[in-house]
Design a protein around this ligand. Structure first.
Ligand code: GCO
Length: 447
């Protein structure tokens, strides 16, 4: 059992969650800047105004990556740093920040992996209808072009969008994330189309215009079912449940990934939503289904049939079951089954673009941050991934996240980092898990 040679070990982050400097150097407002501060949306009313102050401290943060020997870093670009109004006039200072960050990474021997959009949608465009507006794919392309033109001489690896499941599903379906809305099926389907077109147009642009040969994909989530036992029947049943649409499910894998990779929706989409699906033309699918270099997936735990059990335990939990600080079940087997199922369906090399856990970490009397639970979590998930990589091509793993950061509507309570951040002073302390991951990478890349 071993990861392939050249396996990509990295960590991930996202602009709104770490950067802060929300209104500096010409940056415009995103929907997170605006809606996080409205009463009742986010725990303790916290915002990303300052976050980890990464905008000013990126050199220190890159130095930490280097010290830990983490040679791949996934981060996202804040659209409104580049286009304060979403389209129109470019803000050179915003572009310079990312160009400097890329340089800093490269000088330190760290490969940049750029996510073009990780949820911080421009407020000015939201006011024009956002993803509901049929101009929205072109707005996205206008933004993506500027990013690609400026960075693709140095950046080779691209994720167009992060988790459409969440920025549409949580943003407009369950109402748990900005802009905290619950919209109609019709609107959700229109938004789906525009997001997919934005992705497709951007992939095409990158392929045709990047200054170095690019590797392109996107980063959906993977709510995967795990077989109840080892029999072929159980494996088949789990696979079927993983990809089957039984209702309008904004979190589904097949709803988003089938059109993007296979060029069509699963049959059930047409049975379930009838003529609401007519907005998709043959031409659309040609734009949407651009060839990709990998299938990335953010994976934290497997899906369960029973969302809430009679005792009120959600998602497969039972009395005293292992859970992370935000209540997510710890299910390492998903790291074995997900790559297998996803590879079988989509036929692309697999990257785990996020995996990690929240814990209630603190700085101990001896000045360290001791998080044996996270080390155990990582070891279990990585073992399962390594086992999968013997059977299907798995090419990378990004731990979420390098720093503790702003966990969206949970505010700062949930600490996912390999590095502890004291938000009062911005002091960083590498956790035991950070040192552990460093040793792990060394060991596994020397194999
Ligand atoms: C996501 C996002 C990250 C989260 C992380 C932990 O996957 O939800 O990409 O921004 O912070 O997943 O919830």
């Amino acid at each position: 059992m071993a990861f392939n040679k050249g396996f990509i070990f990295g960590t991930a982050s996202a602009s709104y969650q770490v950067e802060g400097a929300y209104n500096e150097d010409g940056k415009g407002l995103s929907i997170w800047d605006v809606f996080s501060r409205e009463t009742g949306n986010v725990a303790h009313g916290e915002t990303g105004d300052v976050a980890c102050d990464h905008y000013h401290r990126y050199k220190e943060d890159v130095a930490i990556l280097k010290k830990l020997g983490i040679k791949n870093y996934r981060f996202s670009i804040s659209w409104t740093r580049i286009f304060p109004d979403g389209t129109g006039k470019v803000n050179p200072a915003g572009l310079k920040f990312y160009s400097d960050l890329v340089d800093e990474l490269l000088v330190n021997g760290i490969e940049p992996y750029v996510t073009i959009f990780h949820w911080d949608y421009p407020y000015e465009l939201y006011k024009k209808g956002g993803w509901l507006n049929d101009d929205s794919p072109e707005w996205f392309l206008e933004y993506a072009k500027v990013v690609v033109d400026a960075l693709s001489d140095r950046v080779k690896n691209w994720f167009t969008i992060n988790e459409p499941q969440c920025f549409i599903g949580l943003g407009f379906w369950t109402g748990a994330h900005a802009p905290f809305l619950k919209t109609s099926d019709r609107d959700l389907i229109i938004m789906t189309r525009n997001v997919m077109l934005a992705h497709g147009l951007t992939v095409k642009y990158i392929r045709e215009n990047a200054k170095t040969t690019p590797k392109v994909g996107f980063a959906p989530i993977g709510p995967v079912f795990v077989p109840e036992n080892d029999t072929p029947e159980a494996v088949e049943a789990a696979k079927e449940k993983t990809f089957k649409l039984t209702k309008l499910n904004m979190f589904s894998i097949s709803w988003w990934s089938d059109p993007i990779i296979l060029g069509k929706f699963p049959e059930e989409a047409y049975e379930l939503f009838g003529d609401k699906m007519d907005i998709f033309s043959e031409e659309d699918f040609k734009t949407i289904a651009q060839p990709l270099d990998f299938y990335a997936s953010n994976i934290y735990y497997n899906d369960f049939d029973q969302p809430v059990d009679p005792m009120g335990y959600e998602q497969g939990a039972y009395i005293g079951s292992p859970r992370t600080a935000n209540g997510w079940p710890i299910t390492p087997d998903v790291m074995y089954w997900a790559p297998k199922f996803l590879y079988e369906r989509y036929g692309l090399p697999i990257i785990i673009s996020e995996n990690g856990m929240a814990a209630l970490d603190w700085v101990a009397l001896d000045g360290g941050v001791h998080d044996p639970n996270r080390i155990d979590y990582m070891e279990r998930y990585l073992n399962a991934l390594e086992k999968a990589s013997d059977e299907v091509p798995v090419i990378g793993y990004f731990y979420w996240s390098i720093l503790d950061n702003y966990e969206w509507s949970c505010g700062y309570d949930m600490r996912f980092g390999l590095v502890f951040v004291d938000y009062r002073t911005q002091e960083r302390t590498i956790k035991d898990s950070g040192y552990w991951y460093s040793e792990y990478i060394k060991k596994k890349t020397n194999n």
